[in-house]
Design a protein around this ligand. Structure first.
Ligand code: BGC
Length: 366
């Protein structure tokens, strides 16, 4: 395993804090942004930056050993800061990944109001979510551990949350993501990785010919604002049935209300789990290259987002435009709006408890 640590292309730290695009003055703080390169014995390369705890590159072999970068993103911090419509490329999202209806929830009778940054709803942690902050970083065996202290009241959330994500790359071509957190006040936590994949290589055309299998018999229907209605619907006979491998494009244009709300696939599947250990949630296969991505997790649900909001305006690291549906996310998590669904698995973390969850992206070919 080799590590190369380099500073990412510098821009002004003022932009980090305010979202501006001008160059600025506080270069010192900016020098804390780094990119870590992990390489395994098979030549697979994964790059991670502490800006947003994000994966910036995944170079993986196809069935003939040809390497390609299979995740969307940029080669400078500036690219991530300035990306229009905030695609969350490769980042950790939270404190609550996904949506919370009207940005409100309560714990033990205390009501909390979060930043609303997605219409009337809260999405991926709010205005200054975990994707927009600089994390602490230390090199660990075969990887990097990133840490962040989310302060009590940040974006409206209660409790000082001490969070870490450790990324390691194994010689079995697995990216292991281990999340740990503690709090000093009852809070909600639901963090996930928001990498976009195109197994033909980033910048290639639509992912609609990728073949996807999701181990789930039910999904959670949503309203127009993509907030879960509380229903858990059988996938049988719907476009959401991925129990057997299916090309993503196959049922994409069917006349289904849920597909209209999501503008395609942007939904949450309830995984058919045997227990609470590591189990395969989804398998993605790109037939031409033969590349396979298996998502293995301890989490109860999976958001499959089909890149419906990509529209060609973002130009990625290799100079190619990211066209409509040219990347997809497979986000392991608890279902959207769980803080307001008392019967669903709890997302509350209390003082003295340890949040501890692992997800693996495993690459292979056939
Ligand atoms: C959500 C989409 C959202 C996207 C932003 C996904 O996780 O499901 O609705 O637009 O993130 O990149």
């Amino acid at each position: 395993m080799k590590y190369i640590v380099k500073s990412m292309v510098p821009v002004a730290v003022g932009c980090l804090l305010t979202g501006c695009a001008t160059s600025g003055v506080r270069m010192k703080a900016f020098s804390s942004i780094r990119e870590y390169t992990l390489k395994n014995k098979n030549g697979m390369i994964v790059k991670i930056t502490n800006y947003g705890a994000r994966i910036t590159s995944i170079v993986a072999p196809d069935r003939d050993g040809n390497m390609a970068d299979v995740t969307l993103g940029y080669d400078s911090v500036e690219g991530y800061i300035n990306a229009i419509d905030r695609p969350y490329f490769g980042s950790v999202v939270g404190r609550y990944g996904n949506r919370i209806g009207k940005g409100r929830f309560s714990i033990d009778g205390a009501e909390y109001e979060l930043a609303t940054n997605n219409g009337e709803n809260h999405l991926h942690g709010g205005n200054m979510g975990f994707d927009k902050v600089v994390w602490g970083a230390e090199v660990v065996e075969n990887g990097v551990k990133l840490t962040y202290l989310a302060k009590d009241g940040e974006e409206g959330y209660p409790g000082n949350l001490k969070l870490s994500v450790t990324y390691t790359l194994t010689d079995d071509n697995e990216i292991v993501m281990h999340y740990e957190a503690t709090t000093d006040k009852a809070t909600v936590v639901n963090v996930t990785n928001h990498a976009y994949f195109n197994l033909a290589g980033e910048g290639a055309a639509t992912i609609n010919d990728h073949v996807l299998q999701i181990n789930a018999s039910r999904f959670t229907p949503v309203d127009e604002g993509l907030i879960t209605t509380g229903e858990q619907r059988d996938v049988k006979g719907t476009p959401f049935d991925f129990r057997k491998p299916k090309a993503i494009g196959k049922d994409l244009e069917t006349d289904d209300e849920q597909m209209k709300f999501g503008l395609g696939y942007d939904h949450n599947w309830l995984l058919d789990r045997k227990g609470d250990g590591m189990e395969t949630a989804a398998v993605l296969h790109e037939p031409k290259s033969g590349r396979i991505l298996e998502v293995i997790t301890e989490e109860p649900a999976l958001q499959f987002y089909g890149g419906n909001f990509l529209d060609g305006r973002l130009v990625g690291k290799s100079g190619r435009a990211y066209e409509h549906r040219s990347g997809l996310c497979l986000e392991t998590q608890h279902s959207p709006d769980s803080p307001n669904k008392p019967d669903w698995p709890s997302v509350i973390l209390r003082p003295g408890e340890q949040y501890d969850t692992t997800t693996i992206y495993k690459f292979s070919t056939k």
